[in-house]
Structure formats: structure tokens, C-alpha cells
Design a protein around this ligand. Structure first.
Ligand code: HEC
Length: 123
């Protein structure tokens, strides 16, 4: 019995470690929204899509959208969520690769209201 308790405690401690590592690896949707879209006209998205960002800015934005896509949609169709995220990732990658015309496409793909209407839970 004592052995069993010790083993259970060890397993739970290990699970705690694994969970906290995952939490560091992937940002939540809210964290991505803040980092990518916070600041209105001065947001990271506006800078990168407007062609005013550096390559590091574009890479940072792409990493944020990669995290966004790893999250499940908190509301609405999982299929639509994936479609939107695939589209965003496609254009964010193109910008990192130096495609200047991808900015406008990224702007369209990151339409705030369109995504919020489909997937943002009502508060
Ligand atoms: C691909 C989908 C998608 C796009 C595009 C998107 N959002 Fe969001 N956003 C979400 C979801 C889903 C939530 C709700 C997250 C939650 O409640 O966990 C959210 C939440 C937010 C929040 C609230 C964050 C918080 O801490 O409560 C803000 C602010 C926000 N979005 C801003 C924006 C702005 C500005 C844009 C456009 C530039 C935008 N979002 C585009 C999906 C999106």
C-alpha cells in the first residue's frame, strides 16, 4: 500500500512537470491576441502586414500564429477554425520568406470580427 502511494505520488509529480512544460511551449489564444493584435494601429500584425516590420517581427508573428493554430477553437466548427488558421499561416510564412504582396492577404485572413463571430465565446 505504501509503495502504491509513493508510485502514485511520483506519477502525479511527473504529470505536473509535463503539463507545466506544455504550458510554456504554447501560448493561449488570449496571449496570442494580446501579443499579435494588441495596440491597434501599432500592433505587431499592423506593422508586419503594413510592410513596416523587420524580418524578426515577421518571424515573431508567425510563431504566435503557429501557437494560435495549436489551440482548439473555444467555440464553433473545428473545421472552420483550421481553415482560418491555415490561411493565416500561409500568408504569415510568405511574409517571412520575403513576399511583399502577402501583407494584404494576411490582413484579410486575420479579419477580427469574422473570426470572433465564429469562434470567440460570448463573455
Ligand atoms: C483566427 C481567429 C481570430 C482572429 C483572426 C482574431 N481573433 Fe481575437 N480572438 C479569437 C478567439 C477565439 C478569442 C477568444 C479567446 C478566449 O476566450 O479564450 C479572441 C479574443 C480576442 C481578445 C480578448 C483577449 C482576452 O484577453 O480576453 C482580443 C482583444 C482580440 N481577440 C483581438 C483581436 C483583434 C484586434 C483581431 C484582428 C486584428 C483579432 N482578435 C483577430 C480569435 C481570433
Amino acid at each position: 500500500m505504501r509503495k502504491w502511494i509513493a508510485a502514485t505520488a511520483a506519477t502525479m509529480a511527473l504529470m505536473g512537470v509535463v503539463c507545466s512544460v506544455q504550458a510554456v511551449e504554447k501560448k493561449t489564444i488570449k496571449q496570442v491576441m494580446k501579443a499579435a493584435h494588441g495596440g491597434g494601429a501599432n500592433s505587431l500584425l499592423a506593422k508586419v502586414a503594413g510592410g513596416k516590420g523587420t524580418k524578426e517581427d515577421a518571424e515573431k508573428l508567425l510563431a504566435l500564429y503557429e501557437d494560435l493554430a495549436k489551440n482548439d477553437a473555444p467555440r464553433g466548427s473545428a473545421e472552420k477554425w483550421k481553415e482560418k488558421n491555415d490561411e493565416i499561416l500561409k500568408h504569415a510564412k510568405a511574409i517571412v520568406n520575403g513576399d511583399a504582396s502577402a501583407g494584404a492577404k494576411l490582413r484579410a485572413a486575420t479579419n477580427c470580427m469574422k473570426c470572433h463571430n465564429d469562434h470567440k465565446p460570448a463573455d
